[in-house]
Design a protein around this ligand. Sequence first.
Ligand SMILES: Nc1ncnc2c1ncn2[C@@H]1O[C@H](COP(=O)(O)OP(=O)(O)OP(=O)(O)O)[C@@H](O)[C@H]1O
Length: 920
Amino acid sequence: MGRKAAQQRTRVTNALDALRQQIGLTLGAARNAHQAAEDELLRLRLEQLVVSVGLERAADDSRVAEYRADPGMQAVLAWLDSVRSRFYADWADGPQRLRQLVASAAPGPAGRPAGEWLGRLGALDAGDPPELWRIGSATVDGTSVGKPAGTTLTFDVAVPLLEESHLSITSVPRSRPTVDALVEALLMRVLSTFAPGAVKVHLWDVGQLTAVLPNFYALSRTSAVTVHDPTRLVDLLDELAGHIRRIHSHTLQSGHPSLRAMRAATGKRGEPWRVAVLYGNGEDLAPEHLRDLRRVASGALAAGISLILVDVPTVLGGSVETISLLDDRRAVTSMTGSEVVVDLDPPLPAGQVAGAAARLAEAIVTRQGGPRSFHDLLPTEFGREHSARELRAPVGFHEGEPVEIVIGDATPHALIGGPSGSGKTNLLYALLGSLAARYTPDELALYLLDFKEGVSFAGLAPGKKDESWLPHARLVGVNVNTDREFGLALLRFLSDEMRRRSAVAKEFEVTNIAELREQDPHGHWPRIVAVIDEFQYLFAERDSVTAMATALLEDLARRGRSQGIHLVLASQDIAGIEAFWGKPAVFEQCTLRVAMPKARRVLAEANQAAVAAPRWHAVVNHESGVAHGNQLAHIPDASGRDTFPSLQRELWQRYANHGHPRLFDGAVAPRLDRSTAFASLGPEPDRPRALVGQAIEVADNAHSVELSAAPGRNLAVLGTNRPEALSVLDAAARSLALQCEAGAVEFVLGCAVESCLPEVRALSERLATAGHKVTTATGDEIPALVADLADRLPGSTTATFVLLYGVDAALPALEKKEPARASGLDHLRAVLKQGPVRGLHVLGWWRGVARLKDTLGFGGTEDIGAWVALDVQGNELAPFCAGQVVHWSPRPGRALFFDRSTHASPEVTIPFHPPEAADA
Ligand SMILES: Nc1ncnc2c1ncn2[C@@H]1O[C@H](COP(=O)(O)OP(=O)(O)OP(=O)(O)O)[C@@H](O)[C@H]1O
C-alpha cells in the first residue's frame, strides 16, 4: 500500500510540474503579447498625436518629446517623416497645378476678376462652355508643399455648372446675403460669358415673390431671367421637364445622342443654356415636388439645364457639387474636400451688377426687335434642303435667333389661329417663302386654299399684272367661301394621292415616304403641304359636304403623315376650333400649333402665352400647345408690297419648267374658250359630249353629257335664270359643234322666249359659219318644228341636236290639239322618247320643274337622262334624281348637274361664260 501511495504521489507531482511549466509558458506569451499591444498602442497614439499636431510642429511639441525618450518610438517618427516626404513629392506643385487648371477651365468671365469683364457683353455662342466657374480661393500652409514654415499658398476654387453639374448650396443662419452674392456672381459670370440671349435663368424662391436677386431686375423684363411664383414650383418643374423632353426628342430625331454632340456636329447652339436657381428654406419639399425635381435633375444636364439649389434638402440624380457655408465669408466645397476652407469671393458691386444686367437686357431687346426682315428668313443658297425626313424652315426670330417650324413625323399637321388682322396670312406667307426658298418643287408641292373673301393666295398663280407664279404651288384656290365643294374636292384629291402613295409604298415593301424615296430615288415624291385658310367654312353647314369633309380630313390627319401629306389649317380663333367639336381626331393630330396674339384655344387650355404675345409675334408650339413647347417669335413682314413677289420671281426664274399651278377663283366665271376641256375637244361624231359647266375639282375638268344613241340622252336646263340657261345651252351647242364634222349634223334651234332671240340668232350664225346645218324657229313655229322632227324620226339618219329655249313658253301652243291629230306636245314627247336612239337629242330649257313634268307627262321622267338646275330648290328635283333627297339651295353663278348614266348624286357645276362675254 505504501509503495503504491508513493507511486501515486510521484505521478501527481510530475503532473503538477508539467502544468506549472505550461502555465509559465502561457503567461510568458501573454506578457509578450501584452507588451507588443502596448507598444503598438503607443505607436498609434504617437501617430495620432503627430497627425493632430501636424508634422512640422511635432518637433517642438512637448507631448511628442516624451515619446522620443523611447527608442521604439523613433521608428514611428521616422516612418511618418518618410510618408510626409512621399506626399510632398506628389503635391509639391499641387496649388500651382490647381491654379493652372482653374485658369484654363474657367477662362474669361468664368474665372477672371470682375473688373475685367463685368459690364461687357459676352460673345460665346455655339462653342463649348467653360467647365468651371470661380467662387473664391483657398489658402494652404506653405510647409505642406515643402516651403519654409510660415509661408502660405493660395489657389482658386471653382465649381462646374451648365452641362457639367448641378450645385447644391447649404447656408448657415444669417448668411443669406453671402449666398445671394455667391449665386449672383456665378450667374453674372455665366451671363457675361455668352452672347446675349444664349442663357436663360429661372429664379424660384419659396419665400419671395419678386425680390429674388434684385440686381437682375432689368433682365427680368426679358426672357433671360424669369422669376417664378413661390407657390408654383410645379410650373417651373413642368417647364423644365418640357424643355428636357423636347430637346431630347429633337436631338435624337436629328440623330445626335445629346445637345452637346449636336452642337459639335452642326456648329449651331440650337438651344439656350438654362440655369434654374431654387431657394428653399431647409425644409423638405413636398414629396411630389421632390419626385419631379429628381426627375428633372437626372435628365437636365444633357439638355443644357443645370440646377442651383439653395437649402433644398434632397439627393439629386446626375452629378452634383456642394458648397456648404461655414459663416458669412467661408465655405467648404465638395470640389476641394472638407479639409480646405474656401474664402468666398467678395460680393460683386451691386451697382455694377445692375448696370451690367441693364446693358445685357438692352442688347437682348435690340436683338429681339432688331431689324430682322423677311429676307433674313431665306437661306443663302436656294433649294438645298431635302424633305425625305421632314420640312424645316424658320418663320420668325426670337431675340435674334431663328424660330423654326418643323413639319414631319412628330408634327405632321398644323393649326394656326388668330383673330382677324393678327397676321395669320402674313405668317403663312413667311412660312411659304421660307419653305419654298429651301426646298425645290421636287421636294415640296403646295396646295393652297383660301376660304376667306379676298384673294390672299391669288398672287401665287400667274396673273394679269404679274406673269410669275410660285413654282411649288400645284393648286391655288381663292374666293371659295361659297364653294365648299372645292374644299371637298381638294380633300378628295389628297386622299386619292395618299392611297396612291401608300399602294406604291406597299409595292416597294416600305411604310413611309422617307423609305419610299430611298427605294425609289428617281421617283417624284415631294412632301405635300395643303394650306387651308379659314378651313372652318368646310364645316359651315350640317350637310353632306360637312360629313364628307370631316371623314376625309380625319383620314388625312391620321394617315397623311407617313405618306408625306401634311395639312396646315388656319382659322380665326374660336370659330375654327369649335369646328373641331365632334372631330377630335383632326384637332389632336395638329400637334404643331401657331397662336397669333390674342388667339384663344389654339394652345392648350392653361397656356396663356398667346394672350401676352406682342403685335407681329406668334407663339410657335410643336407640343400640341402645352406650355413647355412655347416659342415666341417675331414674324417679319412678308406682306410688304414687293417682298414676297420678288422672292417668287426669283424662284419662278429658277423653276418655271415645273409648270404653273391650277388657279381656281370662285369669283371669276370660267370662260368656255379658256377651258382645257373645251380646247381639247376633237372629232367624236358617235359619242359627242355636250359641255355644260366647269367641274369644281382640283383638276381643270368640265361637266359634260354624252349624247350617245341610247334612250334618255336628252338634257334639261331648269330654272328662270336666263343668262345662265343661255350659257349652258351655248356651251353645249358649241362643244357639240366641235366634235361633229361640218354637214354631218343638224342643229335645230327653237326659241319660245323672245328676249333670247338675239343670243339664239348669234349662236345660229356661229354654227352656220362653222359649216353646220342650222334650222331656227321661233314662238308659234315651234309646234310645226316639233311635228316635223317627229315625222322625220323613223327614217332619220343625220345626227340632230334640238335646242329648245323656254319650252314652258311654247307649251300652250304645243298643247293645242285638233281632233284625231297628235298635238305638238305628243310630238315633243315622241321626240324625247324615241329621238336619242336615232341620233336626235333634245337640249331644252324649262323655266320651272313643274312645266317639265307637264311636258313629259306620266312616266316621261325617264326621257330626261341629264339636267342642269339653276335657281331651283333641291326638293323639287327629287323626281329626276331617282327619288333621292337633293340638298341644293340655288346660288349665283352655280348650278346643280346630274347625269343619270354617270352620277350617283348631283354635283355642283359652274356654267361657262361664252367667249364673247366680258370678263367677270
Ligand atoms: N409681322 C408683321 N409685320 C408687319 N406687318 C404685318 C405683320 N403681320 C401682318 N402685318 C400687316 O397687318 C395686316 C393684317 O395682317 P394679315 O392679313 O396677315 O392678318 P390676318 O390675321 O390674316 O387677318 P385676316 O384674317 O383679317 O385676313 C396686313 O396689312 C399686314 O401687312
